[in-house]
Design a protein around this ligand. Structure first.
Ligand code: CP
Ligand code: NVA
Length: 304
């Protein structure tokens, strides 16, 4: 077992200083610095995805190519995991071929188990509990658009899901002041909230009313109401969340220069209106682009 390997399963796996240096490096990479250097030449990075993906898959595949490495996409249905081979054996075998692996899975427990048996870095490409690569790209976008993160006011409106959990951890690590507006029963994970509020120098507060959460925010963020794997709950959730849509009226409670973020894919007309997502305050496509730059910085860091 390689005892020096570093995983990235949640935002807590990086210190505040490491996040800071990854953000700086990602901004350098985005500017074109080192575009012709291939620091990961000869390496192979696996992508094991149990769920659909556009941004995570393509941004990793292109980023890996730009770093000089090879990516190998695996659908669990087409490898022996789909026929019952254990995570334990799969992790040990893939560690003999690959230099790192990105995993998108239903249960966060699968990631923990894989990371335990693997001797290579494991990166969380989304689980039911966390989406830490997304949170890093969100920090990069906020830094680019609003300046230093410490003290920035971020309002997350909607479901207390994987994206919200990672964003809370990212806020706690960077001194962002965060309000979460969500219906009762759909709050973020209590363990995530407890740890984040104990670590954070600034407030992280859950509120019932969307407009209270958005009041004077610098950044207004939302995600889908029905995440992958929750399709059976769709009708009930859509009713519960109808007052949590990011529309022009709700946005008017935020700071007049506030930006709007969404991890995408969006369900236009549900959690966000066309006029907001396509409007002048929206930074969602820069945010999507930043997935690639920050993940390149993360791969350089984990494989250095
Ligand atoms: N934001 C995000 O992770 O998008 P994908 O599901 O398309 O990867
Ligand atoms: N919360 C969403 C995020 C998709 C990127 C989901 O898990 O489906």
């Amino acid at each position: 077992m390689n005892t020096t390997k570093r995983d990235f399963l949640t935002v807590w796996d990086l210190s505040s200083e490491e996040i800071d240096s990854l953000l700086k490096r990602a901004i350098e990479l985005k500017s074109g610095k080192d575009a012709n250097k291939c620091p990961l030449i000869g390496r192979s990075i696996g992508l094991l995805f149990e769920k659909a993906s556009t941004r995570t898959r393509v941004s990793f595949e292109v980023g890996i190519y730009q770093l000089g490495a090879q990516s190998i996409y695996m659908n669990p249905k087409e490898i022996q995991i789909g026929r019952g081979e254990t995570i334990h054996d799969t992790a040990k075998v893939l560690s003999r071929y690959l230099n790192a692996i990105v995993i998108r899975t239903f249960s966060h427990h699968t990631l923990l188990e894989f990371a335990h048996y693997s001797s290579i870095p494991v990166i969380n490409g989304l689980s039911d509990l966390h989406h830490p690569c997304q949170a890093l790209a969100d920090l990069m976008t906020i830094l680019e658009k609003k300046g230093p993160l410490n003290g920035t006011r971020l309002a997350y409106i909607g479901d207390g899901n994987n994206v919200a959990n990672s964003l809370i951890e990212a806020a706690a690590r960077t001194g962002i002041h965060m309000t979460i507006g969500c219906p009762k029963g759909y709050e973020p994970d209590p363990d995530v909230l407890e740890k984040a509020t104990s670590v954070s120098k600034n407030e992280i507060v859950v509120m019932k009313e969307a407009k209270d959460a958005v009041f004077k925010a610098d950044v207004v963020y939302t995600d889908v109401w029905v995440s992958m794997g929750q399709e059976k709950e769709a009708a009930k959730k859509k009713m519960k969340f109808s007052r949590y849509q990011i529309n022009s009226k709700l946005l008017s409670y935020a700071d007049r220069d506030a930006i709007v973020l969404h991890c995408l894919p969006a369900h236009r007309g549900e959690e966000i209106t066309d006029e907001v997502i396509d409007g002048p305050q929206s930074a969602v496509f820069d945010q999507a682009e930043n997935r690639m730059h920050i993940q390149k910085a993360l791969l350089e860091f984990l494989l250095k």
